[in-house]
Design a protein around this ligand. Structure first.
Ligand code: GH3
Ligand code: MG
Ligand code: MG
Length: 399
């Protein structure tokens, strides 16, 4: 495994889960539901105060504005709660709700401007702090873009409120004495903007750490391929997708031939280097959409979404040849070596309806490849008859 930071970062960027990680999306959805509940509770409780004031003195403008803002926020919170819980969640939804939460705080501050209370808007002791709740809650969506979007929205909206208040009121005029909310100061406002920026950066870092942990828990440290846990989870998701869209899906199990001999002959370190070289060759020859993972030991599993058994057989034979041509580097004294792999492949729905049935079929066919002489790909169950050594070592599936 590379020891420097640069190759590790490169691996992060090119890894399949870097662009789209369904697990983080799932966790983000669960987080969105928590945020929706907390938002509804908070807005509901905050709505009680303007409601009470409006009931006691319905004619006063202050109470009418408070009631309108509170009711609007409550309706919005209800809509977002309904969407998060009714399967209407999309990837943009977290982005939208993150920005809306910040905007709700800005609307609350703006309502003080409407009520001719600019000092409450720019020196608010409670409402301003709610920006940090909104920015902090973006962490629960597990998407760094949402942290930035909410932070940026808070900075822009709060700056606009302060600039507007400074332009339209002589905020430090003696008429406002004794300044219950304090006098207006640009340095205090600057500090507030810096605090908002720091809040967004912290949220971004927290989500970044979560993504890194997720990455580390999904890859195999030796080969840098996705590990079995990641493979199993992707298999079950791709299987659901295949059933939903009635699209085929192929699964292959790959085992390095006579690897124990190689280890015994050249040592465990050379064995590790060989596994890395084979993993790289499989990634290179597997095709862009194939999910190549280390299944365990010297075994690998490959998932081919949207691929028929025949198409997978052809792709796997290219991969098998690619591995056989790969030169495994050994130490200076012992030179180089080549290794081969045996492969078993099965597909949904022709070889089974459930994921484990398909994997089991692929496993049986891998054994057939071993039995029949190794360095070959098998796609049918009955492969008892060995193929001639000169023939292309693919045992084709019956049409
Ligand atoms: P076959 O062709 O039947 O698969 O024979 P084989 O020798 O490959 O199979 P066997 O299961 O007997 O041996 C697998 C070997 O793989 C044994 C084990 O030491 C080695 N191995 C498994 N994981 C690693 C690893 O991470 N590094 C190294 N160097 N060797 C490993
Ligand atoms: Mg094995
Ligand atoms: Mg083996």
């Amino acid at each position: 495994m590379p020891s420097t930071a640069a190759p590790r970062l490169r691996a992060t960027r090119t890894a399949p889960w870097a662009a789209f990680d369904p697990v983080l999306v799932d966790i983000g959805l669960a987080g969105e539901r928590i945020v929706a509940r907390v938002r509804l509770l908070l807005v509901g409780l905050l709505f009680l105060a303007p409601l009470r004031s409006a009931l006691l003195a319905p004619g006063e403008r202050e109470n009418q504005v408070g009631l309108a803002v509170g009711a609007g926020a409550l309706v919005l919170a209800l809509v977002m709660y309904g969407m998060a819980n009714k399967g209407l969640y999309r990837r943009w939804f977290g982005l939208a709700t993150g920005v809306i939460d910040v905007t709700l705080v800005s609307i609350a501050l703006t309502s003080f401007l409407l009520l001719d209370q600019p000092h409450t808007a720019v020196n608010s002791k409670v409402v301003f702090e709610a920006y940090f709740i909104a920015i902090g809650a973006t962490c629960l969506r597990y998407d760094r873009r949402i942290c930035w979007a909410a932070g940026l929205a808070a900075l822009v909206q709060y700056s606009a409120i302060v600039l507007y208040a400074d332009q339209h009121w002589a905020l430090n005029d003696a008429a406002y004495a004794p300044f219950a909310y304090g006098m207006f100061s640009w340095s205090a406002q600057g500090s507030r903007l810096i605090l908002l920026f720091c809040g967004a950066v912290l949220a971004w870092c927290i989500v970044g750490r979560a993504e890194e942990l997720r990455r580390l828990s999904s890859i195999d440290a030796l080969t840098e391929l996705p590990n079995r846990g990641y493979f199993d989870q992707r298999l079950s998701e791709e299987m659901d997708r295949a059933r939903e869209l009635a699209r085929p899906l192929a699964v292959a199990l790959v085992d390095v031939d006579r690897f124990k001999q190689f280890n015994d002959g050249f040592g465990h370190a050379a064995g590790d280097a060989a596994l890395r070289a084979i993993a790289q060759a499989m990634r290179a020859h597997g095709g862009g959409d194939a999910i190549v993972s280390r299944y365990g030991g010297e075994e690998f599993a490959i998932l081919f979404p949207d691929t028929t058994l025949d198409a997978a057989l052809l792709r796997l034979d290219r991969l098998r040849r690619g591995v056989a041509e790969t030169i495994v580097p050994l130490s200076h004294h012992t030179g180089s070596h080549r290794l081969t792999v045996s492969v078993g492949v099965a597909a949904w729905p022709v070889d089974g309806w459930e994921a484990d049935e398909v994997v089991h079929r692929a496993d049986l066919r891998l054994f057939a490849s071993k039995r029949n002489g190794r360095n070959r790909v098998t796609g049918v169950d009955d492969a008892a008859v060995p193929t001639p050594a000169t023939a292309s070592p693919i045992v084709r599936a019956h049409a």
